[in-house]
Design a protein around this ligand. Structure first.
Ligand code: DQA
Length: 143
């Protein structure tokens, strides 16, 4: 069975209590559980992870290539808007990456309008709350 990595960056471990007016009240565990159910139906396996550290995200992107992952869903949090290292990793691995956001950064502060992740990603899903992940998973399974 093919594996899709679902990688989450800084502060997403606080989902549920973190600015719920922006990010909603679901925790990352809630989102992961729903994705596991969805993945069964789609016939794929998912590997859901979260870290607050940029280099760990880089290492996990490399791992996606090493294990032959089918795709990566990446919500890099604020590193989306700052990290050339993530862009370089995305370009290096040859595994399709779909950018995911709960909110729509393009409708928020100007510093969120640039996305280095988006410069390397094959697709993006944003602004749908937790449904951003499920729409992205559907897209990834269909790649
Ligand atoms: C986010 C949007 C980012 O701008 C922000 O830094 C996050 C969460 C989202 O899912 O909406 O941490 O990636």
């Amino acid at each position: 069975m093919q594996t899709i990595f679902v990688l989450n960056g800084p502060n997403l471990n606080l989902l549920g209590t973190r600015e719920p007016e922006i990010y909603g009240s679901d925790t990352l565990d809630d989102i992961a559980q729903a994705l596991h159910e969805q993945a069964k139906g789609l016939g794929v396996e998912i590997d859901v992870r979260q870290t607050n550290h940029e280099g760990v995200l880089v290492d996990w992107l490399h791992e996606a290539r090493e294990v032959g992952a089918k795709a990566v869903l990446l919500n890099a949090g604020a590193y989306t808007h700052t990290s050339i290292a993530l862009l370089d990793a995305i370009k290096a691995i040859g595994v399709p990456v779909i950018e995911v956001h709960l909110s729509d950064p393009s409708k928020r502060e100007e510093f969120r309008h640039i996305s280095y992740v988006g410069m390397g990603a094959v697709d993006e899903v944003k602004g749908l709350g937790p449904r951003s992940y499920s729409v992205a998973l559907e897209k990834a399974a269909a790649l």
